[in-house]
Design a protein around this ligand. Structure first.
Ligand code: SAM
Length: 402
């Protein structure tokens, strides 16, 4: 029997795996691969094809025929209803999201890092760590833009169309209610909730000074910054990641007195506790490209730390590594990663330890591969779920050289 028009336009797809960006993979009857949004591995869904290329197609699930055991009511119904980007996994339980992200990490370490990285990672992979509190959002930073009526709004997926939002369940309770907020149309708003309980909503650029407090080991660190500066957006992230970095340095040996190079250091979240761990007999050079963040970092770290404003690229890193021997490198780059060339230059300087924090598994896999090709051993890879209900994944790793 010939398939009817509905089956052709909206075919049934068995979902067999995960892909990047919160999409899943299946095949349509012709065998063509299709990347499907709003679904999960193991599901059978009817899809609407949104784009068809010669070798692959893209689609949205519009009907769930066989649901995943992880499927649940969407955490942010308005996002599902209006297709607002940023909650791509909100239809899955938190366990289902973790399975999804672990599968993406495994797949990416092999596809991008290659067999050596994948094999090493299989042996030393730690399970995903989460600070999820059921029923409560965790984001302390939001960005909205007001629509023509002056209401805070967000953009539809892959579109400039704005959708006014009343509530944002992914945000911490202090930021979740947006109903009474108004500003002139087209205003970009920053919504910030600090660890001390202060809430700031202000236009981008109208920076307000804030203080964040972070517990690392048995000390509480205070950081001065502004509402526009980069700060880890999950309520638990600053503490989890800063402790992870300091613990990693301690795992390689007594950190007292060592020389550390920290690249992509922001306002100094890791720098202050690293400085404490190595003490003033050690040396810490931090490098960050955002000059305003560097100005804040200078206030957030002890005076003996060398806080530098510079663009991190192969040329600047080549100049840095010849200044003095480096015992350990800490890297927390943006989504694009540190880059193969920068990693090669760092590996050739032969620091004993490399601590990586990465928000993109593909960039992480590529950067790890460079160090491993230079004789580094992967001690562990530990993912953190610091972006619940989205496809984003933070991953940390320690590499050492004997
Ligand atoms: C993921 S953030 C990490 C900041 C800090 N480690 C933290 O956790 O708060 C990455 C930082 O790298 C900086 N950055 C991005 N690309 C850069 C480049 N090419 N050169 C220097 N800094 C850069 C950004 O300004 C940002 O502060």
């Amino acid at each position: 029997m010939k398939p009817g028009r509905k089956e052709l336009m909206n075919p049934l797809v068995e979902i067999t795996g995960v892909a990047h960006g919160g999409t899943c993979v299946g095949r349509v009857e012709s065998g063509k691969v299709v990347f499907v949004r709003h679904t999960a591995p193991g599901e059978t869904v009817r899809v609407r094809i949104t784009e068809e290329l010669a070798t692959r197609a893209f689609a949205d699930a519009i009907e769930v025929v066989e649901p995943s055991p992880h499927r649940t009511e969407h955490v942010w119904p308005a996002a599902q209803r209006h297709d607002i980007g940023g909650a791509e996994l909100g239809h899955l339980s938190i366990e289902g999201q973790h399975e999804f992200k672990e599968a993406v990490l495994t797949h990416t370490l092999r596809r991008i890092g290659g067999a050596d990285v994948a094999e090493a990672a299989t042996e030393v992979r730690r399970p995903i760590r989460s600070a999820y509190r059921p029923g409560e959002g965790s984001r302390t930073r939001l960005r909205t833009i007001t629509d023509d009526t002056g209401r805070p709004a967000m953009r539809k997926f892959h579109s400039n169309e704005l959708v006014a939002i009343d509530d944002m369940p992914l945000a911490v309770p202090e930021l979740a209610d947006l109903r009474d907020m108004m500003a002139p149309g087209g205003t970009e708003l920053r919504h910030v909730a600090t660890s001390r309980g202060d809430v700031h909503v202000c236009p981008a650029g109208a920076e307000q000074r804030i203080t964040e407090e972070v517990r690392v080991g048995d000390r509480t660190y205070s950081y001065r910054l502004t509402t526009d500066r980069f700060w880890q957006a999950h309520r638990a992230a600053p503490t989890l990641l800063a402790n992870q970095v300091v613990d990693a340095l301690g795992e390689v040996g007594d950190p007292t007195g060592i020389n550390v190079l920290e690249l992509f250091s922001g306002v100094g979240l890791f720098s202050a506790p690293i400085a404490d761990a190595i003490g003033s007999r050690g040396a810490l050079i931090t490098v960050e490209g955002d000059k305003a963040a560097v100005a804040d970092a200078k206030r957030n770290v002890p005076r003996w730390v060398e806080v530098r404003a510079a663009s991190i690229d192969p040329r600047s890193v080549s100049a840095l590594v010849v200044e003095r021997p480096i015992d350990a490198v800490v890297l927390d780059p943006p989504r694009s990663g540190a880059g193969a060339k920068v990693c090669r230059i760092l590996a050739e300087a032969e620091p004993t330890a490399v601590v990586m924090i990465s928000c993109d598994p593909a960039a992480l896999a590529r950067d790890i591969a460079v160090f491993m090709r230079h004789g580094y051993r992967l001690e562990w890879v530990e993912p953190f779920d610091l972006f619940e209900h989205t496809h984003h994944l933070e991953t940390t790793a320690l590499l050492t050289l004997n």
